[in-house]
Design a protein around this ligand. Structure first.
Ligand SMILES: [Zn+2]
Length: 496
């Protein structure tokens, strides 16, 4: 909040943000009918009487969607309701054929949870007020000639999990971090692909300021920014709103008591928010229980089955890699970004002889592995190299049996055949000679042939002048001599 705060040094300005996030659940079919969920299908081809809101059609709950929602609520440490019902949220809009949306009003499936996010001083817990299921609306297309709009109802009835936080976020960065951590979590849980470009995760920050001036406290009216589908945009929108609201308050003095809630859109091209409408209140929607749908009652066995599918949270996994396996925080971040990659890393780390070399393993996967995965347009975990093979390559490096360059060659071979890395390295003449007895005659010969270099090493530069001699020994060995061992042997020989 430094930007807005520094605009007026006499003021103490605190940014307050709560988030509403819609996550599309990764089900095969819609929330209350059997229409397939398919991004990019021709308009209005994935529809039926239920999702078109035809009179007389009856919705049936998608059990899988409910289970994925409860899995997420559990991972967010929410209290999971044993009894939930469905409510109709009434409003009229051309993309909503029924004139109401099925949602959960006063009995959400999850409440009072939290998500731990990374922060400058470690971590911060953001409280989750509620998590509930609802169905998506269709899409208006403002394309084609003339001032007409078309509607595509393929998206109507798509299962959405809405997650609402308490207003615990206090900077644009934190808002973005929450979004990114939640995205990692739902992807780890396998409940959503959370593909931002496809609109599978949409963020709506509720933003206002608490301003202290001359011992009095003022709160600006809350602004909700709608449907942001990029973390960069949500951060920019929050940043902009903080400045705009402070300027507005300084100009008009309007506060949360004298003004009203409003909804604003974000224009990424101009980098500004713009007024859409004064916000509706809950009573405008005339919520009432949907008479077509039975309430959902969860028993112990069902809850236990779902709880068994909750995996370790990515933030805990990342912390464990740093604390127990000695990874750099940045490497752990990258490994955890994709669950499949983290699973591969862990399987390989478990296979390391004596558990040694996890740090080197991470670096190898992120450099040599990622490079090849990117070339193939896939994930690290998609490469045809088994976890055990990665561990074997790392063991060769840890034992100084191959050089880093040779490791790259071995990995290229592993992409074409599943052989033992040591056998590949041997066949390609990549095994380093670390045996003093094998290296001694080479060293003798090099010392005899290079009196000037020997004299340099005996001079004030000492061991720093060994470079040319080491190079000569490696050359004489045909590239197989282990540089570290050669250096040690030379030091011993020359008494350095
Ligand atoms: Zn349908």
């Amino acid at each position: 909040m430094t930007d807005a705060a520094t605009q007026s040094a006499a003021l103490d300005v605190r940014l307050v943000v709560g988030l509403e996030i819609h996550v599309q659940l990764a089900t095969a079919t819609k929330m209350f009918c059997r229409c397939k969920l398919e991004f990019g299908a021709p308009p209005n081809t994935r529809v039926c009487p239920v999702c078109l809101g035809m009179p007389g059609s009856l919705p049936v709950m998608n059990r899988r969607a409910f289970e994925l929602a409860v899995r997420t609520a559990m991972a967010l440490d929410c209290t999971v309701a044993r009894f939930t019902k469905w409510d109709r949220k009434s409003y009229y809009y051309p993309d909503l054929p029924k004139n109401y949306q099925i949602s959960q009003y006063d009995l959400p499936l999850g409440s009072a949870g939290r998500l731990t996010i990374p922060s400058a001083d470690g971590t911060k817990d953001i409280r989750v007020r509620r998590a509930h299921l609802e169905e998506d609306a269709g899409k208006l297309l403002h394309e084609g000639a003339g001032a007409t709009s078309q509607v595509d109802l393929n998206r109507t009835g798509t299962p959405l999990l809405e997650i609402v936080t308490e207003p615990d976020l206090s900077s644009p960065q934190e808002v973005g971090d929450f979004g990114r951590e939640l995205r990692r979590l739902v992807r780890h849980l396998g409940v959503s692909e959370a593909n931002m470009q496809m609109g599978q995760m949409r963020l709506e920050p509720n933003i206002n300021l608490v301003i202290r001036k001359d011992g009095a406290e003022y709160r600006t009216p809350i602004v909700e920014c709608k449907n942001l589908n990029s973390f960069r945009h949500v951060e920019a929108a929050v940043e902009y709103e903080a400045k705009r609201q402070l300027a507005e308050w300084q100009k008009t003095g309007v506060t949360i008591e004298t003004g009203s809630k409003s909804t604003r859109g974000w224009d990424p091209d101009r980098g500004v928010t713009f007024l859409q409408r004064e916000k509706e209140e809950a009573h405008d929607y005339r919520y009432f229980p949907d008479p077509d749908l039975a309430p959902v009652v969860m028993d112990d066995a069902w809850l236990a089955d779902i709880r068994a599918t909750v995996c370790e949270r990515p933030i805990a996994r990342r912390a464990r890699y740093v604390a127990e396996l000695g990874l750099d925080a940045a490497d752990a971040d990258q490994i955890v970004e994709e669950r499949a990659n983290a699973d591969l890393f862990e399987a390989a780390a478990t296979a390391l002889p004596g558990g040694k070399g996890a740090r080197r393993l991470a670096k190898l996967l992120l450099s040599e592995g990622n490079k090849r995965a990117n070339e193939r347009g896939g994930l690290l975990a998609d490469l045809p190299i088994a976890a055990g093979r990665w561990a074997e390559v790392v063991a060769l490096l840890e034992g100084s049996k191959i050089s880093a360059t040779a490791a790259g060659t071995v990995i290229d071979e592993l992409l074409t055949r599943d052989d033992a890395p040591e056998a590949i390295a041997r066949a390609k003449g990549l095994i380093q000679t670390s045996d003093a007895a094998d290296l001694a005659p080479l060293i003798e010969a090099v010392l005899a042939d290079n009196p000037k270099a020997v004299a340099d090493a005996a001079g004030p530069k000492g061991a720093k002048a060994l470079g040319p001699l080491i190079g000569q020994v490696i050359k004489k060995s045909g590239g197989s001599a282990n540089p570290k061992v050669v250096q040690e042997l030379l030091k011993q020989k020359l008494g350095l």
